[in-house]
Design a protein around this ligand. Structure first.
Ligand SMILES: NC(=O)c1ccc[n+]([C@@H]2O[C@H](COP(=O)([O-])OP(=O)(O)OC[C@H]3O[C@@H](n4cnc5c(N)ncnc54)[C@H](O)[C@@H]3O)[C@@H](O)[C@H]2O)c1
Ligand SMILES: O=P(O)(O)OC[C@@H](O)[C@@H](O)[C@H](O)[C@H](O)CO
Length: 396
């Protein structure tokens, strides 16, 4: 049984490739990084360092690698694979479509009933639609119909946090990869055409949008909020930031708003989501991970888009009748990290939120407060309490 793992980077090596090797597959990594490809083929193993309370080193076995620039070899591997996975980054995903199609063509020229499931391991909403459109366009006419019955485009939710590896962390081994302990991989149960890989860490679920929204609106939203607040306070690492008692209170408030929305939308017990929040807050405290506010808070403009983690969560709350007070402050923090003077224009253009809307007013109020006293988080907390009580009215 063979998996082709497209991308031998942080998630490819640090999570998916390792997980599939432990499931029992031979894992063939495809990457354009010569050092990574050559070292995998030389060592046939690499150390995955699980950092944190239960730290240990796991040696990943049964692996080899193919040079991503050798497209003919890559397509041959895809033609004969039992499973395919990608974790190359959203901007590269489109570029590997022609090679994937070459592999599928070789495969289906032999046997059009030879199904293949592709696990899409990227941080991308509607990743299945994204790939379906591009693969359909690129496949030769004779295989366009085959695709609907023989290709499973499987969305996944990548919850494991893998930091950027510094030279210090690599300890001289270009393949060494530090990861947190969390290693569950929720996958879209309904998208598989073949058998679902049988391993207790691979969790099939339907409707999968629940996991995607939980990941983006609770985990990624809180992660970004922690990073933006940490930047304002001058912290370097995520654990430093979340250990600041004011930051923790603010972040937890926003997570609870998102969780109330998701609980209502998917009819999932709030207590289940609260356990997830508590677990995430612990995971953010992992100081051995050395995850930086810089990495987690990167590209704030992308994070301010209407369907991304901040505004997506805020709009979801509005839709569900949940007050997005802490989430409004999260948006204000993201804005403050981008601009110190043209926030209302940015809010309208990037996030499609008008300052005439209630949430636009809350966001601008918080933004002005940040501008006048950026590090005064106790006053911000007081503002959130006052806002809640004003909007909500008296409680019996
Ligand atoms: N790092 C995390 O904590 C994390 C968590 C969840 C999801 N993700 C997502 O996983 C995906 C990968 O992220 P990452 O952190 O592993 O990035 P990464 O940069 O570490 O890995 C990407 C790998 O793809 C390789 N690559 C680039 N172009 C290629 C090509 N044409 N052919 C073959 N290989 C090519 C690169 O050399 C690199 O090794 C992204 O979509 C990211 O958003 C990352
Ligand atoms: O990759 P981004 O910039 O979309 O988000 C930063 C982090 O929140 C993200 O990489 C997480 O670490 C990852 O999604 C694992 O939970």
């Amino acid at each position: 049984m063979k998996t082709v793992m497209y991308g031998a980077g942080n998630i490819g090596r640090g999570f998916i490739g390792a997980l599939l090797s432990q499931t029992g597959y031979e894992v063939v990594f495809v990457d354009v990084n010569d050092e990574v490809v050559n070292t995998i083929n030389r060592d046939k193993t690499y150390p995955q360092e699980i950092v944190g309370e239960h730290g240990k080193t796991v040696w990943i076995q049964n692996i080899r690698a193919v040079d991503g620039k050798d497209t003919s070899s890559v397509s041959n591997e895809i033609a004969s694979a039992d499973l395919l996975a990608t974790s190359v980054g959203v901007s590269v995903l489109e570029k590997i479509v022609p090679v994937i199609c070459e592999g599928l063509t070789k495969r289906w020229d032999q046997d059009p009933d030879n199904v293949l499931d592709l696990l899409i391991c990227e941080n991308l909403m509607d990743a299945d639609k994204f790939l379906r459109e591009r693969i359909y366009k690129t496949l030769p006419a004779r295989h366009k119909e085959t695709m609907s019955q023989s290709l499973g485009l499987v969305e996944t939710s990548i919850g494991r946090m893998v930091p950027v590896m510094t030279d210090d962390m690599k300890k001289g081994d270009p393949l060494r990869i530090c990861v947190e302990e969390y290693d569950f991989l929720p996958v879209d149960r309904n998208a598989f055409k073949g058998p679902i890989p049988d391993y207790d860490k691979i969790v099939p679920y339907s409707p999968f949008s629940f996991y995607l929204e939980r990941k983006l609106y609770i985990h990624n939203m809180a992660h970004a909020f922690t990073a933006f607040l940490g930047k304002i306070k001058g912290y370097t690492y995520i654990d430093e930031s979340i250990n600041d008692i004011y930051i923790r209170k603010l972040v937890e408030g926003a997570m609870i708003e998102s969780a109330m929305m998701i609980s209502k939308k998917y009819q999932v017990e709030f207590s289940e989501l609260k356990a997830h929040i508590d677990d995430l807050l612990l995971r953010f405290q992992n100081s051995d991970l050395h995850d930086t506010v810089e990495r987690v808070g990167r590209e704030p403009l992308r994070k301010l888009k209407p369907d991304d983690r901040l505004v997506g969560a805020l709009r979801g709350c509005e839709h569900a009748g949940i007050l997005p007070v802490y989430l409004s402050f999260a948006v204000a923090c993201a804005l403050y990290n981008v601009t110190k003077d043209s926030a209302s224009e940015l809010l309208a253009e990037t996030s499609q939120i008008s300052t005439q809307e209630p949430c636009g007013k809350y966001i601008m109020g918080f933004y002005e407060q940040l501008k006048s006293a950026p590090k005064d988080f106790p006053s911000i907390l007081k503002m959130t309490d006052t806002l809640y009580s004003e909007i909500r009215g008296p409680v019996v």
